[in-house]
Design a protein around this ligand. Sequence first.
Ligand code: PEP
Ligand code: MN
Length: 341
Amino acid sequence: MMIVMKPTATEEQIRAVIERVESVGARTHLSRGEEVTVIGAIGDREHVQRLELEGSPGVDRVVPILKPYKLASTQFKHGERSVLDIGGRKIGGNNFAMIAGPCTVESREQTLETAQVVKDAGATLFRGGAYKPRTSPYAFQGLGQEGLRLLQEAKDETGLPVVTELMDLRDLDQVLDVADVIQIGARNMQNYSLLSEVGRCGRPALLKRGLSSTLDELLMAAEYILKEGNPSVILCERGIRTFETAYRFTLDLMAVPVLKELTHLPVVVDPSHAAGRRDLVVPLSLAAAAVGADGIIVEVHPRPHEAICDGPQALVADEFADYVDRVQAAAAVAGKALSAV
Ligand code: PEP
Ligand code: MN
């Protein structure tokens, strides 16, 4: 339920409503816009309904949120968009995030070189995996702790905040030492204990859409994080499985405007994993920016032919600055500007 307060509501009236809602075991979430104050009540709808808040002092109206996801729904924030602040860089609203870096942290040289290139080209955040979800158990699984150490070094050198994947809760503390944003990979989108724990840790999360997940399932997964009191979730469309076999995944760009109808959370697009091929990454990035994505997460490597993982889809580091210029122009068409410090 969403309790919309009158513009004239006093602090005391707002406090009284919160107390009544919490007295029946529901949790509250206060959101204050310039024009309107909204109290979100999360809990048993019938209990809250029985309070008959409509008509109480200061209350304008009570609106039920009909979607199965509540905190993620557009209604919950009264149509206002979430804007996250990651180390001074904004994501969401009119801010476009360029998240770039290697698929995998492979070596010190490769990591630091890539971090410097993406930073010089104006990237918002640096990405890189230390723990990799690989289809084959025999494939390189990432450098683990050593990878996290290299990410820290890249962060110290460039000042760029770091996005890195958490696969296993046992690695949470170490990942928290370096990650400014925790990535939940497509294969873990429905790992509910992982989602809840990331919610509890409070660190911003980048949640990738599962390979065969609907938008409703993605939003319910986001709800697991939000419901623990962590409001900072970025959704990521990264391609889904369809009947088409001519390319790796089908990048579902329609998900961007539709998610924006359904949720206030920022939505970014990963063209690299969808395409699996470098030549498709540029046009897909332009399309994603033009369709209104809040950012791109893209793989870059100084020497893609030497990459241990995902080389064929990595943008060449030397060409990255040109790429950023082109994507920035497409984002401007959608009214967004590259987010800088
Ligand atoms: C990645 O971003 O490195 C990755 C493995 O992506 P996904 O989970 O979308 O496959
Ligand atoms: Mn990859």
